[in-house]
Design a binder for this molecule. Structure first.
Ligand SMILES: Nc1ncnc2c1ncn2[C@@H]1O[C@H](COP(=O)(O)OP(=O)(O)OP(=O)(O)O)[C@@H](O)[C@H]1O
Ligand SMILES: O=C(O)C1=C[C@@H](O)[C@@H](O)[C@H](O)C1
Ligand SMILES: [Mg+2]
Length: 171
């Protein structure tokens, strides 16, 4: 079984992915962490030193590599992964269990204001610019996120409640 979680930065992909994998007793993989291990550099440093295009090419390569694995796993994508090239076609070819964690802009803003530094897409923004940026960015990205097989409404809900809902929807 391969389960894929996707959604905007701060939507809880890593947090909830870990819980789902733990409950099912299968491996957990986080694409950002996988890239950092393989490249021996943080995502922030890859953006800074090699640029976003390099990151997106590597992101695609490692995504394809992960799907060659034979074990069962939960994979949390990076926030931008679904929005580049044919990444969503690849994901949906490889699994029937892709989930979009849909979180309201206000909740994302509250979470991300406190955690901007290691997220290169928003690190340069002043706190009062974060909400407007997320609103526009999420609008552009929703088209891709909505290609997931299932949408999970995550506002004001605990990570374990969301993990339980995902487990109940697996096909
Ligand atoms: N359901 C939730 N309720 C409240 N806080 C949450 C919830 N899910 C995640 N969080 C918190 O929101 C922050 C972002 O979560 P997390 O890092 O899992 O998101 P992410 O989608 O993996 O983000 P990124 O795309 O940047 O990797 C963390 O501080 C986490 O503890
Ligand atoms: O939303 C994005 O484009 C990104 C999200 C993170 O998960 C990382 O993959 C990186 O910071 C880019
Ligand atoms: Mg994450």
């Amino acid at each position: 079984m391969k389960i894929v979680l996707l959604g905007y930065m701060g939507s809880g992909k890593t947090t909830i992915g870990r819980i789902v994998a733990n409950h099912l007793g299968i491996n957990f993989l986080d694409l950002d962490e996988y890239i950092e291990e393989q490249e021996k550099m943080t995502v922030a440093n890859i953006f800074r030193e090699r640029g976003e295009l390099y990151f997106r090419k590597k992101e695609r390569e490692y995504l394809a590599d992960i799907f060659l694995r034979k074990d069962s796993f939960v994979l949390s994508l990076g926030g931008g992964t679904p929005c580049f090239g044919d990444n969503m076609q690849l994901v949906n070819q490889q699994t029937k269990n892709s989930f979009y964690l849909n979180i309201h802009i206000d909740e994302l803003t509250n979470r991300l204001k406190q955690e901007k530094e290691h997220r290169p897409m928003i690190a340069h923004l002043a706190n009062e610019e974060v909400q407007q940026f997320i609103g526009k960015h999420l609008f552009e990205r929703s088209y891709f996120y909505n290609m997931a097989h299932q949408k999970i409404k995550g506002n004001q809900r605990t990570p374990s409640a969301l993990a339980e809902e995902i487990i109940g929807m697996l096909v």
